[in-house]
Every structure is written in C-alpha cells, then in structure tokens.
Design a protein. Structure first.
Length: 109
C-alpha cells in the first residue's frame, strides 16, 4: 500500500501480473495493466494525495482481505476519509486479481 499511497503508477503496477483482473466499486472488471493504469490515472489526477490506514488484514492461502480507512486529499485541499475493503488474489509473488469495494461518490460531492 505504500506504492499506492505514493501514487507512483509504475511502482504500483510492478506488484501485479500482466493479466491482472481489476474491479473498483461497481465498475466493470478489466484485465491487464493498461486498463488499470487508465482507470487509476483518472482518479489519481483528481487527488493531491492519499493515505491508507489499515484496520484489518486477513489472509487465507492466496487470498488477502484488507480493510482500511483511506484519506483522500483532493486538489482543492479538502480531505475525505472513506472506508474500503479490498480482496486481493495472488499468483506466486504477484497480485493477479484486485476487488476494491467502496463508494467513491462522497469524494466528489
């Protein structure tokens, strides 16, 4: 999550397989690093920074569930804290499936 909070796309994507499946909220699932990059660049472009505060982490075999409160700081300086649960599946040492479960609408309200 340090790579996410740094908003360094190349560093973040280095932790994923080339064919990573990715779903954010209720958006359709995408496959591959390029769609992940496009989607996150849209979000990250509206932010000054973000910080994940982990409130729970569980792991069973190759599946991790991460609960966090995320502080998003928008370009206008307003900070919004949102709860999130992410399910991560790994293949070897890399993440091959990401399911981010949260509602981003308060961030843009």
């Amino acid at each position: 999550y340090a790579a996410v909070d740094s908003m360094n796309m190349e560093r973040y994507l280095a932790y994923h397989t080339d064919d990573v499946r990715f779903r954010f909220g209720s958006t359709p699932t995408t496959t591959g690093k390029e769609p992940v990059k496009e989607g996150l660049n849209h979000l990250w472009g509206a932010l000054e920074s973000m910080h994940h505060e982990m409130t729970g982490v569980w792991q069973v075999d190759n599946v991790a569930i991460v609960e966090a409160d995320i502080t998003y700081t928008r370009k206008d300086g307003k900070a919004v804290v949102l709860p999130c649960v992410t399910v991560l599946r790994t293949e070897g040492e890399l993440i091959n499936d990401v399911r981010i479960n949260m509602d981003l609408s308060p961030l843009f309200a």
